[in-house]
Design a binder for this molecule. Structure first.
Ligand code: G16
Length: 551
């Protein structure tokens, strides 16, 4: 049985900075790294508590993903490899905001343990329960890792650090660790064994041709955002070579480049610019960018005269959907009886992507608020749930029922192919490594170039902006963030502006990872999308107390 006095004492080494009020956001806690020791310590306590209460291993990833290098954060992983349930977020915020050690103990005892354990928490007898921890490449990682370890150990739970791993690798490892009771913790290699193993099985036989024609068709240039992806992606080189793909890594962090600075999936998707250190990449080449913790992926191709042709998360979703539809058409009808396929998007999904899904692919679509935690849950409601945010975050989930049916017909080539896909595609969370293998496989299977893929549909021109306001929580939204509720009157003002633009659409929402309000606009031509975004940003600035220059 653990001892709350030990918790109280350990907590005193990690006092919360005065005037720091962290809140659980889109993907956990995120802030300037210098403020985060107490938060990470307390997340260690929380991860250990959930391990005890659920009698399972849990996980904790120290990362601020796409944010600047001086930020850091924590993502909490539940035993199934998914994110911590939303019902626990309020108590996480409460714990992170406790002003002193007694309050930490009180929240832990009364709010974390009591409601779930009917007053008597299970002990970590035998010490087998473990919190699996990973971190990205930020300089603040070692000190925050120490805080996390202290938090976990204060509850007499084991902690195991995997060191620098990607967020999806940590999710995968937590899921694996819980598959066989009392088995040793999985090695990182097991991740590659499953994902690369499925890729090699899918691509064996050598009948897949290099994607399209052209001297660069075998080359894939990967922008690693100077993040944790670089080292892990390097391990894919032999597998991709077997498919005739020469993978070149850029922005690996080894040349002194800064994490996420003018590179990475967020930069490429939002600014639609070529990442730094890639000016020599030939026009038309197949390129992709991952983010700082390698859970997002976007593809692109450098254009003549500058700029890029972007294939964002929407395009990845459509590629996956088209391919999976093709394979499913080969399956016997009885296997597909009652099988529900669904595609989950957010308000950021380009209008043309949604139209393609609904009118051409005729797939049911669901729109959720931003954040993988919402999309993942919605995708789980289908037997085959395809979800990708436009920013490149997403995956394809296969239900147990569907996998069981596929297994029962494994001799059928299409069933076998889908089964292998369910292993190649990380089932716990969006994964850039698994995504690259999936896309490279599909492009070759369909003998498509990036241009063929891009031609599935033409994006409506869009623009994203962000601005700072005095208090971003003054902006609240409804209807999957498509309607702004407060400040009072703001939606009417936005609607009035939109009505002046052909195919105009726009919305605003507070970011859950940065101190910013995000603005999205799309319209018939690029200049109009730019102008609509600017006008909507101006409304936010005027009605929500904008900070800095007026847009
Ligand atoms: C996180 C979430 C994503 C979300 C993104 C942006 O990504 O995991 O689901 O789309 O934040 O969130 P916001 O617009 O609220 O800042 P990441 O890659 O930073 O962990």
């Amino acid at each position: 049985m653990f001892d709350f006095n030990i918790v109280r004492k350990a907590s005193s080494d990690y006092p919360k900075p005065a005037d720091f009020h962290p809140s659980y956001g889109t993907a956990g806690f995120r802030s300037k790294a210098t403020l985060l020791s107490s938060t990470v310590f307390r997340c260690g306590l929380l991860a250990a508590s959930r391990a005890i209460l659920l009698n399972s291993h849990t996980g904790l990833m120290i990362t601020a993903s796409h944010n600047p290098v001086d930020d850091n954060g924590v993502k909490m992983v539940d035993p199934n490899g998914g994110m911590m349930p939303q019902s626990f977020e309020a108590v996480a915020t409460e714990l992170a905001n406790c002003e002193d050690d007694d309050a930490v103990v009180a929240v832990l005892r009364d709010r974390v343990f009591s409601p779930m354990s009917s007053g008597s928490p299970r002990s970590a007898a035998g010490g087998a329960l473990t919190v699996l921890i990973g971190h990205d490449t930020r300089p603040s990682a070692p000190s925050l890792l120490a805080a996390a370890l202290a938090g976990v150990r204060a509850l007499a739970v084991h902690a195991h650090s995997y060191g620098c791993v990607t967020t999806p690798q940590l999710h995968f490892l937590v899921h694996s660790a819980n598959q066989i009771p009392a088995a040793p913790l999985p090695q990182l290699q097991s991740y590659f064994d499953v994902i690369v193993g499925a890729f090699l099985e899918l691509t064996k036989g050598g009948e897949l041709e290099a994607a399209g024609a052209g001297s660069n068709s075998s080359l894939l240039v990967v922008d690693c955002a100077n993040g944790v992806g670089a080292e892990q992606l390097g391990k894919l080189v032999p597998a991709l070579e077997s498919l005739g793909v020469e993978m070149q890594l850029r922005n690996t962090g080894r040349g002194g480049g800064q994490l996420n600075y003018q590179c990475g999936a967020d930069f490429v998707q939002k600014d639609r610019l070529l990442p730094t250190e890639m000016n020599d990449v030939p026009v038309g080449s197949r390129c992709c960018s991952v983010d700082g913790d390698a859970d997002r992926l976007v593809y692109f191709s450098p254009l003549k005269g500058g700029g890029i042709s972007l294939l964002d998360g929407d395009k990845v979703a459509m590629l996956a959907a088209v391919y999976i539809r093709d394979v499913m058409e080969l399956l016997p009808a009885e296997l597909l009886h009652d099988i529900q396929v669904c595609c989950v998007q957010t308000a950021y999904a380009n209008g043309a992507a949604t139209a393609y899904l609904q009118n051409i692919l005729r797939l049911p679509t669901v729109c959720t608020p931003t954040g993988v935690k919402y999309l993942h849950e919605a995708a789980h409601n289908a037997d085959l749930g395809i979800y990708f945010e436009s920013n490149g975050h997403g995956t394809v989930l296969f239900s147990k029922t569907f996998v069981e049916r596929l297994k029962a017909m494994e001799d059928h080539p299409a069933a076998k192919e889908l089964l292998l896909l369910s292993q190649l595609i990380n089932q716990t969370v969006g994964d850039a490594i698994s995504g690259i293998l999936l896309i490279e496989f599909i492009l070759r299977r369909k003998r498509w170039t990036l241009q063929d893929w891009q031609a599935l549909y033409t994006d409506l021109p869009s623009r994203q902006l962000k601005l700072q306001v005095a208090d971003r929580s003054s902006i609240t939204t409804a209807d999957a963030e498509r309607v702004c509720i407060t400040p009072a009157g703001i939606q009417d003002a936005i609607t009035r502006v939109i009505s002046g633009f052909t195919h105009g659409r726009a919305f605003v929402r507070p970011s859950g990872t940065e101190d910013a309000v995000r603005v999205y606009a799309e319209a018939e031509i690029q200049e109009q999308a730019d102008e609509l975004a600017r006008l909507v940003a101006r409304i936010v600035y005027d009605m929500a107390g904008g900070v800095g220059p007026r847009p």
